[in-house]
Every structure is written in C-alpha cells, then in structure tokens.
Design a protein around this ligand. Sequence first.
Ligand code: COA
Length: 368
Amino acid sequence: MPYAHITGWGMAVPNRILTNAELESMVATNDEWIVARTGIRERRIVRAGETSSTLAVEAAWKALGCANLKPNELDLIICSTSTPEHIFPATACLVQDKLGANKAGAFDLLAACTGFIYALNMGAQAIRSGSIKSVLVIGTETLSRFVNWQDRNTCILFGDGAGAFVLQANQEFGGILASVLHSDGSGGDLLSVPAGGSKHPASEATIRSGMHFIHMDGREVFRFATRVMAQATREVIGAAGLQIQDIRWIIPHQANLRIIEAAARGLKVPLEKFIINIERYGNTSTASIPIAICEAVADGRLKAGDKIVLTAFGAGLTWGALAAQWSGPLPVVRKLRPAFYRILARLRSLMRRLRLRLEGWIWGRDKA
Ligand SMILES: CC(C)(COP(=O)(O)OP(=O)(O)OC[C@H]1O[C@@H](n2cnc3c(N)ncnc32)[C@H](O)[C@@H]1OP(=O)(O)O)[C@@H](O)C(=O)NCCC(=O)NCCS
C-alpha cells in the first residue's frame, strides 16, 4: 500500500496589510485589547480582483514547482474553502482550469477551519487506496469579503490567504500517518453565514439584516475550541502509534493565541512545540495550517524526518487532527518551470472556451 508523501508546498497572501491601528478607526477597539485577547497584530486583506481562486492558484504553482510536478500529472484537486467564489461552479474547477490540470478531477470541500485536515485526509486515502498517484490539496479563503466591518466581535479576527500541498504516492514509509475527523452539527449556529444559501437566498431583506456576514458566538466557540484541540491531538498521536515526545512540531489552526496556549497546557507540552504565526495573519481559516507550515519550512524549523501533528477546529462544528512525517521534496529529476506551464494553461483554457462557443454556434445554426 503506497504512502501519501507531502512533496510540494506553497502559500499566497495578499500584499495589503490591515493593522490593528487601522481597525481602531473602523470600530470601537484598540491594539492592546486585540493583542491581549487574540495575539493578532495584523492580517492580510484581498484587493479588488483578488479572489479565493487567484490566491489558490498562486499557492498551487509554488507547490507544483516545489514538487516538480506538471499540472497535467495531477489526478485530483481538492479545494478546501468556506469562501468559494460561487455556490457553483466549485472553486477547485476554476483552479483546475487556471493550472491547465487537464487530467485531474476537482471538487470543493467545506469543513470550515478544519477543512485542510479533512482535505489532506481525503487526498491521502485516495492515494493509499492505490487508485491515484498525485493530489493537489488547497486551503484558500477570502474571509474579508464576508466580514461585517462594523462588528468588532468578528472583524478583528479574520484574514485572507491560501496554502497548497502536493501529495504523491511513495512506497517508502512517511507522509500522512493517521488522522481523526469529528463533527457536531448541533453547534452549527455558533459560527455561520446565515444567508446566501438555499434556506435564505440572497434578498434585500437578508442584506438589510446583515445575514450574509459572519455571525459568531465568540465565547462559546472559545470554550469548544479549548476542549477539542488537545483532545484531537492526543487521539491522533495514539492512532499513529506514537507518543507525544515523538512529535517535533504541533501546527495548530491559528484562531486565537489563548486557544493555542490552552491546548499546550492541556497536552502538558511547552508552547515552543507549536508553530505560531497568528500575529501576522490573523485567522485565515482553512489556510492557516498550510501557511504556518510553509513559513516553518522556509525558516528551517521544519525538517525532513520530523513527525508533526496538525490540529484544528471550526464552524460546523468540526474538529480533527492529522499526524504526518515530513518528507521534503523528492529528488529532482527535471526542474519544472511554472511560468511556462502558466502560459500553456492560459492558451489551453482560451482554446477550450473558443471550442465550446464554436460548437454552440454550429449547433444553433444546424437547428435553425
Ligand atoms: C472573540 C474573542 C476574541 C473575544 O474574546 P473574549 O475574551 O471571549 O471577550 P468577550 O466576548 O468575553 O468580551 C469581553 C468584552 O470585550 C468586548 N469586546 C469584544 N470585542 C472587542 C473588541 N474587538 N475590542 C474591544 N472590546 C471588545 C466585549 O463587548 C466585552 O465587553 P463587556 O464585558 O462590556 O460586554 C474570543 O471569544 C475568541 O477568540 N473566541 C473564539 C473565536 C474563534 O476562534 N472563531 C473562529 C473559529 S475557527
């Protein structure tokens, strides 16, 4: 049975930085309160033209470059997001087209901030089954488009960004070792975007009442998070047949520094075992774990052979954890040039669009 190794990774965040000081001029808050209660100092926010798929594609090109994998060698694209570009088509399909990954299946997965763990699990299981060889797993969010910038309970927390991993089949031990996934829909109303779906389709009334924004019961979510993060971490370490002392790094969902501190206390491990970058990005939901991992690899903290645990919680409610052995990229056989494939993908997409239009026109003319 092949293992699913993480052979490529990449991240993308918007250039625009929104600081706590700027938020002070938007809502009744202050830098001191935000830092003390959340650990966040600044977050990245998309500009016009930047979307969940543009961030995803940027991260994906980096991951493919790192893995030296051509887009048309991908078998599957799983895009985890709570802020898709549309209800449909799936953001994963937009990414598939922009990459020119013409042999890949593509779908979106929604498990909120736990989504990247769910998506990695699904991708790894598909590889372990032997049915496919390579998967692109993406976590991408543009939460700033769903935040009510007059609601100080939520607008200070969230940021935008994306992270992508390439998973590849490999007979050697390593990669994704175990995962645990949980949910409890009875807490669905604690964190939601109530309107815009089939229950409350967008209307003048839903917009007037702000139902298209993120609604959150912060205290209840906080209580839930502090309970489940350590619990899921312990569970997955057991499922992988490991002990906590075997784990080099824990990479938590970056929602609130106090929640991460509570998890460290619950696990009786020092906070230094956790990779934390919440101060610079805020809560980027499903993208927060891959972004933290990309930074830890870039600065040399995370090394080949390290055993790691990813742990997250989020809307749904969902929570889960995943244990992995970091493998690093496979030996380079040939260097991939993402810029070349980017141009190729654009041309192919254009050709496909033209062909569809032409076929439609011929069909219409024949019918007439
Ligand atoms: C949202 C959160 C930071 C609030 O922190 P908290 O310590 O629980 O704060 P509380 O909600 O108890 O509010 C304390 C006070 O600060 C006030 N307050 C809330 N937001 C504020 C802000 N941005 N600036 C200043 N004061 C604020 C409240 O109104 C309240 O005032 P009151 O006591 O006069 O009523 C915290 O509950 C949290 O992080 N929850 C989890 C959210 C989360 O992770 N969501 C994403 C899940 S993936």
